[in-house]
Design a protein around this ligand. Structure first.
Ligand code: SF4
Length: 235
């Protein structure tokens, strides 16, 4: 029996009952369907930016982003129709054609799952942005940025209310940046680290991680970051 606050719909041929206001992403999870996401993060407000979570809803002309569309009674939803699979695959192929995904393991796994080819758009213009290394805590390597907006959201109303970063530029030139392209120390950044924590691609990386990748030992990193001189071992 369903209450007035519950909704019953059909997802992939299975009936599911959820509380009113549940998104299709959450409803699908209830029947064990793990819908892929990139821009979505449980700690941030869903904005349907990347569109990898799209699903097919009967009667709707275009695919619907499952992270923001709420379940409606008697909705008929397909999460793995041919149209959905083709759309997700194309999104992944477009991302891979212009963005460095070498440090985005979750997206690489999706590439495998959807048999997506990084070579599909060989003439695509790749991102080529100089690494920004302007503070003691983290680097910004926007060649790896998929513009998911997670970092902006945690810096703003979803967590920190600091507003140090936002989108800048338009179209292909869109980047994440500070106001007037200031350095991070000159911005309102308080170095909380939340942007780095939610970044799915390695575009924002702690310097310690970068140094370890460069082969510098943890001991030497501690010496470098504390400004102490390394003591010689007594023999
Ligand atoms: S820097 Fe990372 S978290 Fe921010 S928009 Fe780019 S990929 Fe997303």
């Amino acid at each position: 029996m369903t209450t007035t606050d519950e909704i019953t719909l059909d997802i992939d041929g299975k009936s599911v009952t959820v509380p009113a206001g549940t998104t299709l992403l959450e409803a699908a999870k209830q029947i064990g369907e793990d819908t892929p996401t990139i821009c979505f993060h449980e700690a941030t407000t869903a904005n349907a930016i990347c569109r990898i979570c799209v699903v097919e809803v009967e009667g709707q002309r275009v695919l619907q982003p499952a992270c923001i569309v709420e379940a409606v009674a008697d909705m008929q939803v397909q999460t793995r129709s041919e149209k959905v699979i083709r759309s997700r695959k194309s999104i992944l192929e477009m991302l891979a054609s212009s963005v460095d995904l070498s440090e985005a393991p979750e997206i690489q796994t999706l590439m495998d799952d959807y048999d997506a080819s990084a070579e599909r758009f060989p003439d695509a213009q790749r991102r080529n942005i100089e690494i920004k290394d302007d503070n003691p805590m983290y680097i910004r390597d926007y060649d790896k940025c998929v513009l998911c907006w997670r970092c902006v959201q945690v810096c703003a109303d979803d967590a920190q209310f600091t507003y140090a970063i936002n989108f800048s530029g338009r179209g292909y030139e869109t980047e994440i940046g500070t106001f007037f392209d200031q350095t991070i120390p000159a911005s309102s950044c308080v170095f909380c680290g939340q942007c780095v924590a939610v970044c799915p691609t390695g575009a924002l990386k702690p310097k310690r991680e970068m140094f370890i990748q460069q082969g510098i030992s943890p001991e030497d990193i501690t010496v470098m970051s504390s400004g102490r001189k390394k003591r010689k071992k007594r023999t």
